[in-house]
Design a protein around this ligand. Structure first.
Ligand code: NI
Length: 177
């Protein structure tokens, strides 16, 4: 088991567009294993390459939808090919911005195409929390954080709260959902 350091807001890599993976190799699979280890250790439900300092288009998620179906995915080069017009609003947090949460509006359903850890094409039709987590992680691959999806006023308030909490407790902290 290998735990990777989680990049925290302020880190440049979180704001960069991640590069596609050129070929799924043992190195990719090792990264995926380490990302799962890191995500579970931090008690998160999703993690993207840039969050562990790797600017590549790789994400992992482990979420349980409202119908109690569990979805565990590791996706390489994921692309959202369809998004529903219908949206909903639910609370999100991020391991890279520990300690803050806010409601974010996103499409309810998305279809994602990607490569599996074996390099095979996969297509996922996702709804509920899985759809939300996939969108959140694909955003990370594009240098976008969930706070960017809030109104400027709300974002400003949250980031102020976050900076205050960081100043009081500057350790690298996980523990956010
Ligand atoms: Ni995040």
């Amino acid at each position: 088991m290998a735990l990777l350091d989680i990049e925290i807001l302020g880190s440049k890599i979180l704001r960069e567009e991640a590069a596609p993976v050129e070929g799924v190799t043992d190195e990719t699979r090792r990264l995926i294993r380490d990302m799962f280890d890191t995500m579970y250790h931090a008690e998160g439900i999703g993690l993207a390459g840039p969050q562990v300092g790797v600017p590549r288009r790789v994400l992992v998620v482990d979420v349980t939808n409202e119908d109690e179906s569990r979805h565990v995915h590791a996706l390489v080069n994921p692309v959202i090919v369809e998004s529903s017009k219908a949206t909903d609003k639910a609370v999100e947090g991020c391991l890279s911005i520990p300690g803050i949460e806010e409601k974010v509006t996103r499409p309810v359903r998305v279809t994602v195409e990607a490569l599996s850890p074996d390099g095979d094409p996969v297509r996922i039709e996702a709804d509920d929390l899985l759809a939300r987590a996939l969108q959140h992680e694909v955003d990370h691959l594009n240098g976008v954080l969930f706070v960017d999806r809030l109104s400027p006023l709300k974002r400003g308030m949250l980031l102020k709260k976050w900076r205050k909490a960081r100043a009081a407790n500057p350790g690298r902290g996980a523990g956010s959902p």
